[in-house]
Design a protein around this ligand. Sequence first.
Ligand code: C2O
Ligand code: CU
Ligand code: CU
Length: 531
Amino acid sequence: MQRRDFLKYSAALGVLSSFPLLSGRLYAAERPRLPIPTLLEPDAQSSIRLTAQVGKSVLAGHQATTWGYNGSLLGPALRLEQGKKVNVEIHNRLSESTTVHWHGLEIPGEVDGGPQGVIAPGASRQVSFTPQQRAATCWFHPHQHGKTGHQVAMGLAGLVLIDDLESRQLMLPKQWGIDDIPLIIQDKRFDADGQIDYQLDVMSAAVGWFGDTLLCNGVNYPQFGALRGWLRLRLLNGCNARSLELATSDGRPMYVVGSDGGLLAEPVKVESLPVLMGERFEVLVEVKDAKPFEIMALPVTQMGMQVAPFDKPQPVVRIQPVPVHGSGELPDTLAKVPELPKLEGLNTRWLQLMMDPRLDQMGMQALMEKYGQGAMAGMDHGAMGHGDMEQMKGGMDHSAMDHGAMGKMANGDRKLDIYNANKINGKAFDMNTPSFNVPRGQYERWTISGEGDMMLHPFHIHGTQFRILSEDGKPPAEHRRGWKDTVRVEGKRSEVLVRFDHTAPAQHSYMAHCHLLEHEDTGMMLGFTVS
Ligand code: C2O
Ligand code: CU
Ligand code: CU
């Protein structure tokens, strides 16, 4: 932040707080402030220290046990510089094993922190890498196999900001916590004691774990005092299983300037913005006058995600303008995004996502049983076909979902093992057997198919920022044509152009998986090597 801006800003805040009436009108007193994650830069030795630890947080009015990095919930935002090496010392003070994965970073498999990068309780691990990729908003989170969903739900997640020369020369808002703010959006559910109520069971293995409370940077519906001018929002969908559709409450447009792996060529104006689990977008919104507005999460048609209160738009954060002008701009052009190379003759791969049909059906039945028809979100409009829905309704009427019936279903011919019920190319994740090897530095076309079920599978690939060639059977939307590490797969096929510039050996292979964390934890993941 420039010194002058800082002085202006703090002077204004000072004035505000000395006029309780005025500030009272500006800040709804009962609404908590938006917490801003601390920026953490490498020290003089290029080192950063991260500790996964247990703490307490007040969530939705209750004291809950939560997990965080260097604190009790979420983590700092690491600011890294393109071309500059960093050593990260990771300490695990949890009572179970964990890993720290660098989602979106193009770094070697050895330091990628996938399910093989296990850090035992009480132990630590040091990783060093040099980000060579362009400026981007990435993130880090645990990747302990079978436990990722739980560990993320408990609060483990943080941001990684990469800066480069190109991004620094742009006039984009870049004063952290002032006109450049992160919104880490997550839903959670609590038990009667106010504790995070996580379950990996038939229902969540099928549709994912979802909650009834939306948190933004760990707080339910906070408010943020914004300068008049352009506000940059770094959006992260950190939900385990919920896709988001974000919009402003007063219909003011959002200008998308960046996707997962970096800035777009030019801003793309949108009225609303779908953000899948694991995805990041950077958007600019204009704060012109004194009128407050909200960032809202609109209802989505994803299975299970219309359970109340998400059948109605939910506020994410209130943006409350303060009477000080900001200096950031919305540039006409942003970054160089290269043309796609020639696609003919490239290596191709086919990744067929599969759910055990029994899991699919039992999961949906459990969902209907618990939350009623409304939970099926658009699925009752023939999307399932083949009369599956009728059959299911029939089953419901005869209360097929009592535990006896469940047991019988599960014991059909073979017991349904939910930990291996989701698959890719017919195989549930096997840590010891990489599925294939990719030659380093070469473009390949991968097709990911979701034909076979109607679930949303945001598919993510480690070690690369790719380009989307087609997304769920359609050309990608304008703002999804830049650098991406996650692609939508929902009943159809998506095609991506990938290239890996680093290696990944069998002991630390890269992962490709569904980022609906309960699908990932129950097998919809594969490992691959790069050499
Ligand atoms: Cu965000 Cu393999 O993960
Ligand atoms: Cu990742
Ligand atoms: Cu999935």
